[in-house]
Every structure is written in structure tokens, then in C-alpha cells.
Design a protein around this ligand. Sequence first.
Ligand code: NAD
Length: 503
Amino acid sequence: MSLEEEYQKIQDELQTSFDSGVTLPYEYRIGQLKKCAAMIKAMEKEYLEAVHKDMRKHPMETNGTDLKFTESELGYAMKHLKGWMADQYVKTDLVNKLDYAYQHPEPKGMILVIGTWNYPMQCTLVPLIGAICAGCCAVVKLSEVAPTASAVMKKYFDLFLDPLCYRTLEGGVDTATALLKLRWDHIFFTGSVSVGKIVAKAAAVNLTPVTLELGGKCPVIVDENTNIDTAAKRIIWGKCVNAGQTCIAPDYIYCHKKQMPTLIERMKQHITDMYGEDPEQSDGFARIINQGHYNRLKSLMNDGTVVIGGKTNDETNYISPTILTNTPLDSKVMQDEIFGPILPIMEYEDIQSVFKFFRTREKPLVCYLFSSNAKLVDEVKKKVSAGTLDVNDCLMHMMIPTLPFGGVGHSGIGKYHGKSTFDQFSHHKSVLHKPIGMESVNNLRYPPYDAEWKQNLIYSLAYYKPNAPTSNGFAKYAVTSTMAGAAFAYAYSYPGSSGSGGQ
Ligand code: NAD
């Protein structure tokens, strides 16, 4: 049996479950979420050890940035699921005043989640939680690049989740390619821009909607008016978490010329404060995931002057926190996403030149700005397009479940976290539910169209009235006021309409 046939069989089994309606009740969904909660508890120790084995990441860092984050998204979903599942009533216009009009969130159906390795749990389980909340069935493909973490997750996902509705697969490009040949109702992909394009192409064959959580180069602007010490500390932390292998890590800095020497000096101090004189000896600084990425990063160090760091270890894939200056804009380090602990800093005098440079590049997942100048914050907000604008901090915006997370342009399609994840996997079906009675009101719209008062009525009920006829004003007034009166009277006695507070 080919991989494709094998996965088709799995998908058919899940489709049968989905078609049975088993995922529709709130009780089923919340039950699976409770199982997720128990699963995270059960796997915690093994998972933290696994991530440490894959990339020597400190368990406390994995806990804060990956495991607890996922747990917190789960807790938020459990608290709000009932509200998310509820129909959302909308205001109706006068013509439809007597009707129910609302959006009903229906599950899209069969979901494919393709995850990545840098935050193995959050990149796979957070979308899966959203799929469960939305009442979908899902296949999750874990990343082959963090094999220990993926093996632990596979083991626990299989143990805790309903196999009739959710399946987990390990595997690499072959697995992903075979899965992408099948027809899905939604594909949620986290990974690189280049593979994102492959996913989008495969999805287009069946007009399958996608969420693409991609990467790119997240710039940082350090204004002359800011607390430079705090800016340096927050940037260094944002860059060194996971050894820079974070999609929203600061990728490069544009610093105001006046602050350049202070920024570099303060960054040096904060690296020492956080990781000691020799970060290689620190247990809080992770390693590069594999030799391929390590070699790629090592070669990027030649693209400028190393003013801090620059140390490497071929045996352990260690790359020290490294600051580069004099980096040519056309160098490799300024072309591709760095995804490691290397940080080029360039200086500017005129902020307009920075905006001009940004416009020559793809839109980033995040733009960071450190400034106490409200006018500049406003200008960056209006002039720089990015998935998120994070002012005076790094990474923290993603912790807020009510703030949708995602890219724009080449940094991604679609946003998730909190209710947004539920929305990615739901089709918000518009429903108009009209009472079958009151046909005398509806008779107004049927032919014959020869009565002038009908024309007048149409104009008088429209929101936009550029050329409303003025003749027969009395008839118009009489009909609309009677209609409106009847409609309002009825609306206020009709549950679910705006008058009854159903919205
Ligand atoms: P990647 O694109 O190489 O791999 C991601 C997934 O795609 C893996 O599961 C992999 O098996 C699969 N894949 C790889 N090649 C494929 C192919 N040719 N066809 C089909 N599937 C294929 O990405 P990566 O290197 O594992 O992850 C790093 C990237 O992910 C960075 O660019 C980073 O910015 C991005 N990322 C984004 C987010 C986000 O939320 N926006 C989060 C984490 C990582």
C-alpha cells in the first residue's frame, strides 16, 4: 500500500466518524479538551526531557514558551468554548425586521495540521485544540526535525485522544507530500515560506482553505527616545530564547545612530547577565537543532563585523549570541530569515529611509519598535505593514489569547490563538430564518411591479437613497410608517430578533 493509500484509509475512517455527528455536541468537544489537559500533565516530564535532548533547551524555557503556553490556550478554550459555539445574532434591516438572522459556526470537517519542530507542542497541539473546539476531525503531522519530542507527542496523543477522530503521524517530506495529495477541508501549516508555497499550491487543487503560519525577517527599530538599557535587555531575551530559532525572534535591528554604541554595550552586558561570561557553559542557552542549520548559520557570520560573540562548536551545534555590524543589505544574512542567535545591527538617522527599506522587503510576521515617542509609534503603525506591531517588547504579544497571531503577505495567511483558532476551523454559516406567516408584508416585493407605491417603498427602505422619487409622497409615508410600525411591534414580541435582546 502506498503512503497516499494508507493516509486515504485513515482519512476515510475519520470521515465516517465526522459524518456520524459524534464531534458536534459540546459534551464531546469539552471531553476531548479535558483529555488534552490530562495528556499535557501526563507527558510534561518526558516532553521537557525530549526537547532538551533535541536542542538542549532548558526545561524552564520549554515550560514557559511551549508547554505552559499550550496549556494556557487550552484553558482559555475550555472556558469559552460554549460561547464560541453559540449562534451569533446580527441586526437586521427594516425589511427583514421580523426574521432571525445569525451566524452558526459549523465545523469545516477534515483538518490537516502540519507542524514544525521549534516549539513542537504549541505548533501542533494549539491548532489541534482549535480543531477539536470547532468540532472537526484532524490528522496531525509532527516534524521529523525534532524526533525525540515528536515521538513523545505521538505516544501521548495516541494514548489520550479519540482515535476515531484524531490521528497523529510522524514522518518527513514523504509523509507531508502524500498527505497533501488528499482532499482536506482545511490545512493548517506552520513552517517556512518555501514549503508554505508548496502547501498553498496543493490546497488550491481542491480550493481548500489554508492557514499558513510562516516566518520571515522580523525587524526591530530602536529609536533615539527610549530606555536603551531595557530595550537591549528585551531584544537580547527575544533573540536568545530557543537560541533564536523562533519565528518571531528579532531578525535584525535598525538603531538610531546616536544610540548605536550604547545599545551594543548594553546588549553585551545583558548577554553576560543572562548567560554568564561564556554562554556555552550556561544551561539556559539552547543549541541549533541540526548540523544543516548550524552550518548555514555559521556561514552567515561572515556577512559583517562580529562585535559580540562569534563563537561556535562543531561538536555540539553551539553558536553564541552574536551581534554583527557593517552588514551589507544584499548579503545573505540580510536576505533570508536568520533563525538562530545572530543579530545584525544597522544604524539610521532618518526614519524615512528605514520605512523605504522595509518597502523593498516582504512583509514581516512582527515589526518591533522601541520608542517613547507617541508620534513615531503612530507613524510606524500606519506605515509599516506587518502581522503584528509590538511596541517596547519582544515575543510577548503572542501570549495574549485575545490578540490574533499570524502574518501578512509572505509571513502568512490567517490568524490564530484564542477564538481565532476556533474561527480558522469553523465555517460561520449565515442563516436567515423567516416566519412563514405575515405574507401580506412579503407580498410587497412580488410582481407585478406596476404600482408606484411599491417603487417608493423600495426607495424609502433602502439605506442609500441617491435619487429617491418625490412623487406620491403621501402614499410612501403612509405605507412605510405602517410597515415600520407593524415590523417593530412584531419584532419586540419575537424572540431572537434585535428587539428581544437576542443579539
Ligand atoms: P519547513 O517548512 O522545512 O517544515 C515544516 C513542515 O513541513 C515539516 O513538518 C516538514 O516535514 C514539512 N515539509 C518540509 N518540506 C516539505 C515539502 N517539500 N513538502 C511538504 N512538506 C514539507 O520548516 P522548518 O524549518 O521545520 O521550520 C522553520 C520555519 O517555520 C521558519 O521559517 C519559522 O519562521 C517558521 N515558523 C513559523 C511559525 C509561526 O507561527 N508563524 C512558528 C514556528 C516556525
